[in-house]
Design a binder for this molecule. Sequence first.
Ligand SMILES: NC(=O)c1ccc[n+]([C@@H]2O[C@H](COP(=O)([O-])OP(=O)(O)OC[C@H]3O[C@@H](n4cnc5c(N)ncnc54)[C@H](O)[C@@H]3O)[C@@H](O)[C@H]2O)c1
Length: 342
Amino acid sequence: MANKSKILVTGGCGYIGSHTIVELLQSDYEVVSLDNGLNSSPDVLDGIEAITGVRVVNVDVDLSQTEAALEALRAHGPFTGIIHFAALKSVGDSVHQPLRYFQNNIGATLTTMALMEAMDIPYLIFSSSCTVYGRPEKLPVTEESPIRPAESPYGATKQTGEILYDQFFNTQPGRNGISLRYFNPAGAHPSALIGEASTNQATNLVPVITETAIGLRSELAVFGNDYPTRDGSCIRDYIHVTDLAKAHVLAMDHLVQHKNQKPYEVFNLGIGEGVTVLEAIAAFEKSTGENVNFTISARRPGDIDAIYANNKKITEQLGWKPTEDIQSIMRSAWAWEQVRRK
Ligand SMILES: NC(=O)c1ccc[n+]([C@@H]2O[C@H](COP(=O)([O-])OP(=O)(O)OC[C@H]3O[C@@H](n4cnc5c(N)ncnc54)[C@H](O)[C@@H]3O)[C@@H](O)[C@H]2O)c1
């Protein structure tokens, strides 16, 4: 039997990394995870094993330390590709600790390039974000929508990552990369064996909803109901984490099969539909039968009124098709919250 392609998943113990590992294993890839536990616990490897029957090896090293990472990974290759998730991800924290975010996120990104050179790894997928579009003038945003000045140090690390990879892949014959610009990943694996389990406090809407419903928070603050949207609350494009994870497998297949039209490509990764905060709360209540105690509070600085994706490029070129909706996101997130707090 031919050897399976081995993929290095950085941030493999994190939320999106763990779901992507499951999809890779179920698509016949082999996986090595690299994660130093900055925002996760290696316990997630038990959940992955329970779902797939495979015990994934995690290399516990700080990816922003290039020499240490190279040393730690040497024995685990050869790798066909890297899927690079490892980063700090709180917009709010990044405003208070910009240097920490630059050193960790940009440092880790530079190390991925050093690994590609040192270990002769041809392909990479980067976790980018719709934050690169800032406050868009036109909706939905396409990949050609202008990149706006970053609204936070975190956003700057995603923009910098894209700029560096663009230069890197366009000057490195034989190496190809894809950046996936995620919209709002949410929900959990249908088994409820893995889900979002940040060790840092959750700031995204869906975990805040489930934490409020289960009683960990007394109430949920809806930041602003006076935006120019259909009910006054902000609009986002919520994408189920398993749909998101599957896109990484398609993107890696695309690279491995030499289908990239250019050495470096960018794809939006969203459902293509906007949901308001109040609609998201209502979807949670309807799909779970639970109530969420919320209040309307002032707008939060830096929030934009609305963003959602035009996903034509990824559906046409990668054959990706989302299968889960907001109700399924809410049901799975709630099932995971209940299992997690037992
Ligand atoms: N979740 C979202 O809403 C969202 C949206 C857009 C983009 N992204 C990006 O997707 C990626 C994954 O996000 P997530 O939600 O899974 O986050 P997460 O925090 O759950 O996962 C990131 C993982 O990387 C690890 N890590 C961080 N720095 C590291 C380092 N220097 N060395 C080794 N490991 C390190 C953490 O321990 C964590 O397990 C991140 O790059 C994030 O910026 C996330």
